[in-house]
Design a protein around this ligand. Structure first.
Ligand code: AP5
Length: 215
């Protein structure tokens, strides 16, 4: 099963991708997570990406495309994968099509998680994440059982630098302008499924699973 999770910042893509990955045993490929890990390790890619990410802008396509291509060629992707945060614009979507054709694969499903702008601002401003293992929480909507520490690895939870309110509003604008056109692009291919992302985490997950069983 090969799928994409689309949606505004804070729509719940990462949260759902982790659940799907665990339960369907397919890799979760988050370009945001890969880029953040490169930033924290101060790799060449991370140093190039840092300024764009802190400003809420998209990292240039050439940097992102090569990292996705390398990842999709890894053996664990043969049985399927979940793309979270990629593609982000039409150029990336077309490049992804080309990559899939080269490795003789098709995309099965694109889930669009619909959530109101006010709700995503609330979700993002309360989000806390673990830099060590990538787990994500919300101070009130999805709190860690260990308070300010990660349930999975015990590390201290932190706020992402691009989760400050002024950057969040810029990220939403970038989503509206660059990423939203992908909704029509995938609808025209007959693989788009729109889901209400404002229900609770388990309900959203159950809806995705019901759809996947029918594919
Ligand atoms: P990225 O990491 O992809 O961020 P994003 O798309 O802005 O998405 P988020 O991670 O903010 O939100 P999410 O939808 O995953 O929500 P989550 O599940 O965490 O990208 C960051 C940056 O990297 C970009 O700005 C760009 O600079 C760069 N980048 C990445 N990919 C790129 C690409 N392809 N091209 C170019 N640049 C790229 O949930 C949010 C919160 O809500 C959490 O606290 C969670 O616990 C809570 N929550 C989730 N679901 C629910 C629910 N149903 N009910 C209540 N609370 C919920």
């Amino acid at each position: 099963m090969k799928m994409i999770l689309l949606g505004a910042p804070g729509a719940g893509k990462g949260t759902q991708a982790k659940l799907i990955s665990k339960n369907f045993n397919i890799p979760h490929i988050s370009t945001g997570d890969i880029l953040r890990s490169n930033v924290s390790q101060e790799t060449e890619l991370g140093l190039k990406a840092k300024g764009y990410m802190e400003a809420g802008a998209l990292v240039p396509d050439e940097l992102v495309l090569s990292l996705v291509k390398d990842r999709l060629l890894q053996e664990d992707c043969e049985k399927g994968f979940i793309l979270d945060g990629f593609p982000r614009n039409l150029q990336q979507a077309k490049a992804l099509n080309q990559m899939l054709q080269e490795i003789k694969m098709n995309m099965d499903r694109v889930f669009l998680l619909n959530v109101d702008k006010d709700e995503v601002v609330v979700r993002i401003s309360g989000r806390r994440f673990c830099e060590n293992c990538g787990s994500s929480y919300h101070i009130s909507l999805n709190p860690s059982k260990l308070g300010t520490s990660c349930e999975v690895c015990g590390e201290a939870l932190i706020q992402r630098t691009d989760d400050k309110k002024e950057v969040v509003l810029d990220r939403i604008k970038v989503y509206e302008k660059a990423t939203k056109p992908l909704v029509d692009y995938y609808r025209a291919q007959g693989i788009l499924e729109e889901i209400s992302g404002s229900k609770d985490i388990q309900e959203v997950y159950d809806t995705i699973c019901r759809d996947l069983q029918a594919v």
